[in-house]
Design a binder for this molecule. Structure first.
Ligand code: ZN
Length: 298
């Protein structure tokens, strides 16, 4: 069966500037790889409506994103920069993720959303860390609105998803498992941050053997899914934990993403999985890592 990957052309038009690491070339490399893979069906999603975003973000914040884009762009917060297409890109990205969730919830198989800008640093009323809309939490709330009870979010981006944690840490219906470099941007993600017992942080230093990262995230996933079974798995799939990424110091290679993905499928065989692109700043490596993740989903 073909694996379906959703995206939207507007995701390529968001551009925070030529000297910024979160470049359209990242997604171009990913889409190019998907088109060359006979096992992948690449589909264009419809942009999201505003409502699913309002389940996560404040109305004034969303209005500010839309207004800044309409003015031609600007600096939202430090390194988080908009151009005139950024609001459209946020809606296109969210629409891609929701289409992937619809796909997976209707028993058509696992799915992936190839999107940018990324999302896991975005808070309810503030963008940061290149992120505007927290797509993974938008997806979780959307799935719960459609009747699913428990959502597991696995985040293997090298940075801690502070936004995701903040948005779910008071809600036991969502469990969040994150492997990330620590101490590192954005500074959150200590193992002692447990939410209501639903947060499973795995902070690790840089430069360790990849088997350590692979094993430690896996152990946390096992802990989070002991006596608790999700109805949906969402993966915040950044690929900046790979060796050589300029924004991280981890040592992973593509095969490790296949390994994780297969283990998740084997442990939770009846549970649909939706991955979505977060970080990763060497375009060819992002494409390699993603291809390996998708191979694990196929
Ligand atoms: Zn990252």
């Amino acid at each position: 069966m073909l694996l379906t990957v959703y995206s939207h052309p507007s995701c390529l038009q968001h551009d925070p500037g030529s000297d910024h690491p979160e470049t359209p070339a990242r997604l171009l490399a990913v889409l190019d790889r998907c088109r060359k893979d006979p096992g992948i069906a690449l589909r264009q999603a419809a942009p999201a409506a505003r409502d699913p975003l309002l389940a996560v973000h404040s109305e004034p914040y969303l209005r500010s994103l839309e207004a800044m884009s309409a003015r031609g762009g600007g600096v939202l917060f430090l390194d988080t920069i908009l151009n005139k297409h950024s609001w459209s890109a946020a809606l296109g990205a969210a629409g891609s993720v929701l289409a992937a969730v619809d796909h997976a919830m209707s028993d058509r198989g696992h799915a992936f959303a190839a999107i940018r800008p990324p999302g896991h640093h975005a808070l309810a009323a503030r963008g940061m860390g290149f992120c505007l809309v927290n797509h993974v939490v938008v997806a979780a709330r959307y799935a719960q609105g459609a009747g699913l009870r428990h959502v597991l979010i696995i985040d293997w981006d090298v940075h801690h998803g502070n936004g995701t944690q903040a948005l779910v840490e008071a809600d036991a219906s969502v469990r969040y498992v994150s492997l990330h470099q620590h101490p590192w941007y954005p500074g959150t993600g200590a193992a002692s941050e447990r939410g209501v017992g639903n947060i499973f942080n795995v902070p690790r230093g840089p430069g360790k053997p990849p088997e350590l990262y692979v094993g430690d995230l896996w152990a946390a996933i096992v802990t989070a899914t002991t006596d608790w079974t999700p109805d949906l798995v969402l993966i915040s799939a950044g690929f900046d934990a790979m060796a050589g990424d300029p924004l991280g110091g981890f040592t992973l290679e593509p095969a490790h993403y296949t390994d994780w993905t297969r283990r998740i499928r084997e442990r939770l065989p009846a549970v649909p999985i939706v991955g979505l692109l977060e970080g990763g700043y060497v375009p060819s490596r992002v494409a390699d890592g993603l291809a390996a993740h998708l191979q694990g989903l196929q």
